[in-house]
Write a protein that binds this ligand. Structure first.
Ligand code: FAD
Length: 479
């Protein structure tokens, strides 16, 4: 797992079943929440046989790709594992036609096996001289055709080119009855709708995903760092940041931002923007920060000839972010909140210390909210704001539970950013008061209906997933 806390098993009495990476802790290695047995899927028949076996034997099924999940959905104590990591096929088709579509409907598309990771995907798409919307993480280790896209799939380029769910054209899936189907806008369109936002591990095993690609582009990445010497200065600068945010999103700018009482940093990106254009665009924010702080601002705007050059410099070199003990909680920041009450957004952000993924608005908002199963809150949002709790490996249950309590309290404060508590399923917490509302919004009833159609015996169940409330906390027995 990426975050090993989702493998560690905490008993109600506070005892911990673990297998720590740090062997000097001298804790005997236990099975914890790692499924003890499973299938390493290499071809469709493996997935079909494993699913049929699990269904007949009534097993608790766990689908795992990279194990990056922040809800622990790719682990499961005592489960039967289906591992997709080795499905590494990649194919480029300059005239791809979705099955069942008119022959004139062509795309320059790539098809990835479910185990392909973003680093491999970017390398491959770059070889074709194209660009693809994908996850942006150190080392590129997130899966390109698994939980990322089924939960939404954001990128800092989403304000220009949409989310993963807006770019995927087709999936091949093994269903709970063992059948292999191809689903897209023309074949099993209800399933295609649900797979785009209804979440991983819920509707079947995806074996491949086909995405449209885009022409590569030059880009400029303005970066601003500001040190705050007083709460008033921090409030002033961060308010200006959120006040400008909706217009930046509409113009296609994405960003990753960290806001704390002592300092903030933001890295903006947008395709096809020159340094001059970027400087002009960010002049109001930089001037405001300069005036407010008396000059405690570092602003740079490096330019790159294409996405790959930026990706290599920013993400490729570093180690993958593995082995942490991390839980997060997030809210989708509505455009109207930033537009009408930037002071309040800034006050909440500063009081919590938040990271902001500015990955919505712009192209994301221009998509019909009903066209995919994704929580419609995404279409009104401009960003995803999140908080994190981190603890040391080997921490006792008191420490872990205290972290979780802080996360819950922080979520209550984050909630003031939204009216509908909209959150990102792939970067959320297990402690939502109403997970259906937070992760799926008004799409939940339709997502559940489609789940009941394609998975009537509920073979595929994950924490906080569609239909999961019909199961006990361990997802082993129906309530
Ligand atoms: C370091 C890091 C960086 C991240 N960066 C981004 C980012 O830039 N953008 C973004 O949107 N998100 C990002 N995320 C969140 C990411 O989208 C989620 O962690 C997502 O769940 C990862 O999917 P996965 O398939 O790689 O992982 P897994 O944990 O293996 O799977 C996640 C879920 O999908 C299911 N699943 C996986 N594969 C399949 C399949 N083939 N068929 C059916 N179900 C499947 C699993 O059962 C599980 O429920 C990041 C996470 C981390 C840890």
């Amino acid at each position: 797992m990426q975050n090993t806390n989702f493998e560690t098993y905490l008993f109600p009495n506070g005892t911990i079943d673990a297998c720590y990476l740090n062997v000097t802790l001298n804790v005997p290695c236990k099975q914890e929440s790692v499924p003890p047995i499973g299938v390493d899927i290499r071809k469709p028949e493996d997935a079909q046989a494993a699913i049929n076996f699990a269904r007949r034997k009534n097993l608790r099924l766990v689908v795992k790709n990279t194990g990056h999940d922040y809800l622990g959905r790719s682990a499961g104590r005592g489960g039967f594992l289906l591992w997709t990591h080795h499905l590494k096929d990649k194919a480029y088709n300059a005239t791809f036609v979705p099955q069942g579509a008119p022959s004139t409907q062509t795309y320059e598309a790539v098809t990835f096996g479910a185990g392909v990771q973003w680093q491999e995907a970017y390398d491959y798409v770059d070889e074709q001289g194209r660009f693809i919307i994908g996850g942006l993480a150190q080392g590129g280790s997130v899966g390109a055709a698994g939980g990322w896209v089924m939960g939404g799939g954001h990128s800092a380029f989403s304000p220009s080119l949409g989310l993963g769910v807006d770019n995927v054209l087709e999936f091949t899936v093994v269903l709970a009855n063992g059948k292999l189907v191809t689903t897209n806008a023309y074949q099993h369109p209800d399933l295609f709708w649900a797979l785009r936002g209804g979440g991983g591990g819920t509707y079947g095993i995806v074996l491949s995903a086909t995405y449209q690609t885009h022409p590569n582009f030059a880009l400029t990445t303005p970066t601003i760092q500001v040190n705050f010497t007083s709460p008033e200065i921090a409030q002033s600068v961060v308010t200006e940041l959120f006040r400008l945010h909706p217009d930046l999103s509409d113009a296609g700018w994405g960003a990753y931002t960290w806001v704390f009482p002592e300092a903030m940093m933001a890295i903006f990106v947008a395709p096809n923007v020159t340094v001059d254009e970027a400087n002009k665009r960010f002049e109001p924010l930089v001037s405001h920060a300069m005036n407010a702080t008396g000059g405690a601002v570092i602003y740079t705007a490096p330019a790159f000839s294409n996405f790959t050059a930026w990706w290599k410099e920013s993400f490729q070199g570093g180690p993958p972010q593995v082995g942490g003990n991390v839980e997060i909680s997030s809210r989708l920041l509505p455009r109207e909140m930033a537009k009408e009450r930037p002071e309040e957004v800034a006050r909440i952000a500063l009081s919590l210390g938040v990271a902001t993924n500015s990955v919505a608005g712009g192209a994301v908002s221009r998509v019909d909210p009903e066209s995919t199963g994704l929580n419609p809150s995404w279409r009104k949002a401009i960003a995803q704001v999140y908080i994190a709790e981190i603890w040391e490996e080997g921490a006792n249950s008191t420490t872990i539970l205290a972290s979780r309590e802080r996360l819950k309290q922080g979520t209550d404060l984050l909630d003031k950013l939204t009216k509908d508590s909209g959150s990102y399923l792939n970067e959320g917490s297990l402690y939502e008061r109403d997970f259906k509302k937070s992760y799926f919004g008004s799409h939940y009833p339709k997502l559940k209906k489609i789940k009941d159609k394609y998975d009537p015996s509920s073979l595929f169940v994950v924490a906080s997933g569609v239909g999961s409330d019909e199961w006990d906390a361990e997802l082993r027995c129906r309530k």
